[in-house]
Design a protein around this ligand. Structure first.
Ligand code: AMP
Ligand code: ZN
Length: 466
């Protein structure tokens, strides 16, 4: 059973989607004002592994990740550069998807941009104004935290005693918020500033938090299964998302909340504001294999801090090379027909250990250990020349499974080699001769997923790459 640590309940919980086996998941995406650093990518890689594993487990996943393309930093920087918001962010959006691909992260199913969802944000703000959970002050609109008693349920911060709101409010006609904790839903913007939108409550621009409420609910519904992001978003961003969404709908917003821990460097959080960040590009420029960066980022479970060092990265490079070399050795091994019961058991054990580890709140480090054990054990079998053809297929299929979740063997290397394809075709023929059509279909499907098309002709089977 798949279990996650749910920040909302602070418990390890069995994962049970709201509807059948459909999973609706939202992950806070990047603010596209610069190149993302590898700390950001630790969180996005965690999101990718989470998505891949849900699919591996057979769930029907809808994966949404937004792009924050309007906030104070973007507006300031675009003004400085003499560009519109759109002109300013465009190259960073392109760079972000390039980086994601280089790191082996799949694209989410939907990647909405905040500036394309202003109408949805306005609608939520209107609902909150109408039900008394938002108010206007000096042209801006704020969320009234005192009208949402559950505020703090995600971050577990005790806000009592902190309050200055309610009857204690003073001078709301001035710039004051009713309560120091209240946060902006909509910020007044001068009409002469192009970085604003018309709304029934005045020309302005959205606060950051409302963006995610609007985009997640638009694509996933008012209540969905999983909301994820980096740990620094737990408060105030996610707490505020809950307040706005549940304050508007009266329904549970997200059932599970997952938070990824920081990538640190010299024991400080990697961040642009501290100036200690490395972008993915910085590191690749040093000639590092991007797969090694991916390996390093997932070598520690998502909910534990990880300290980045170049030494660690070097170690990851060696490991990646060893894994790729292992895959090559297995697929190129000259094997005799038959199978070796010991190998079958080793592969079965590794797959079980892998899945048990991933089921346990995505424990990638234990999952990786299961893979390394298998590599060691099969290397011993190879050294004794005892690997048989069926074992070879079984090991390669196991690697495919590991790779479909972790993506550490790489795409290129995962392209099936001719010999491997021919072995599978031979096995399919054998299965057909034995009237084992389930296995023969399984092999056809496996090959089809790899882009290999089979054609049965009177002279035998022909195959080609799609
Ligand atoms: P931003 O582009 O600043 O909105 O951040 C994008 C994502 O990166 C958010 O989910 C952050 O929580 C996450 N993040 C920022 N710094 C780090 C870090 N050092 N380690 C892990 N995740 C981070
Ligand atoms: Zn968000």
């Amino acid at each position: 059973m798949l279990r996650f640590h749910n920040t909302l309940t602070n418990q390890l919980e069995d994962f049970q989607p709201l509807t059948d086996n459909q999973v609706k998941m939202y992950i806070c995406g990047p603010t596209v004002w610069n190149f993302a650093h590898i700390g950001n990518f630790r969180t996005f890689t965690f999101g990718d592994i989470l998505a891949r594993y849900l699919r591996f487990k057979g769930f029907q996943l809808t994966h949404v990740m937004n792009l924050t393309d309007v906030d104070d930093r973007i507006i300031n920087e675009s003004h400085k550069a003499g560009k519109t918001i759109d002109e300013f962010v465009q190259p960073y959006i392109v760079a972000f998807w390039e980086d994601m691909e280089v790191l082996g992260n799949n694209r989410p199913d939907v990647a909405p941009r905040a500036t394309e969802h202003i109408a949805e944000m306005i609608q939520i703000i209107e609902t909150l104004l109408a039900n008394g959970r938002a108010y206007e002050s000096d042209g801006s609109i704020y969320f009234r935290i005192s009208a949402f008693p559950e505020y703090g349920k995600l971050s577990k911060i005790n806000f009592s005693g902190n309050e200055t709101g309610g009857s204690g409010r003073v001078d709301t006609d001035k710039y004051e918020k009713e309560d120091a904790r209240d946060f902006a839903l909509w910020k007044l913007v001068d009409k002469s500033d192009p970085a604003g939108w018309d709304a029934p409550f005045g020309y302005g621009r959205p606060g950051w938090h409302i963006e995610c409420s609007a985009m997640s609910m638009k694509y996933l519904g008012e209540t969905f299964d999983i909301h994820a992001g980096g740990i620094d978003l737990q408060f105030p961003h996610h707490e505020n998302e809950i307040a706005q969404s549940e304050g508007a709908t009266g329904k549970l917003f997200s059932k599970y909340w997952l938070h990824g821990e920081f990538l640190k460097i010299d024991n400080e959080k990697m961040s642009k504001s501290l100036g200690n960040e490395f972008t993915l590009r910085d590191i690749i420029r040093r000639g590092v294999n991007p797969l090694a960066i991916r390996y390093l980022l997932i070598s520690v479970p998502y909910n534990k801090q990880l300290n980045f060092t170049f030494e660690g990265l070097k170690g990851a490079e060696t490991t990646i090379e060893r894994l790729q070399q292992f895959r090559r050795l297995v697929s190129e091994a000259n094997t005799e027909n038959g199978s070796n019961a010991e190998v079958k058991a080793l592969v079965g054990k590794a797959l079980t250990e892998f899945e048990t580890a991933m089921d346990d709140d995505l424990n990638t480090s234990v999952a990786l250990a299961a893979i390394h054990n298998l590599v060691r054990e099969i290397n011993t079998v190879l050294a004794k020349d005892e690997l048989k053809s069926d074992d070879q297929t079984a090991v390669l299929e196991a690697i495919e499974k590991f790779n479909s979740v972790l993506g550490i063997f790489g795409k290129e290397e995962c392209e099936m080699l001719d010999a491997e394809i021919e072995k599978l075709i031979e096995e399919r023929q054998e299965a057909r001769r034995n009237r084992n059509f389930a296995r023969s279909d399984e092999i056809r499907n496996l090959l089809s997923e790899k882009g290999i098309v089979l054609e049965d002709t009177k002279d035998g089977v022909r195959w080609k790459r799609k």
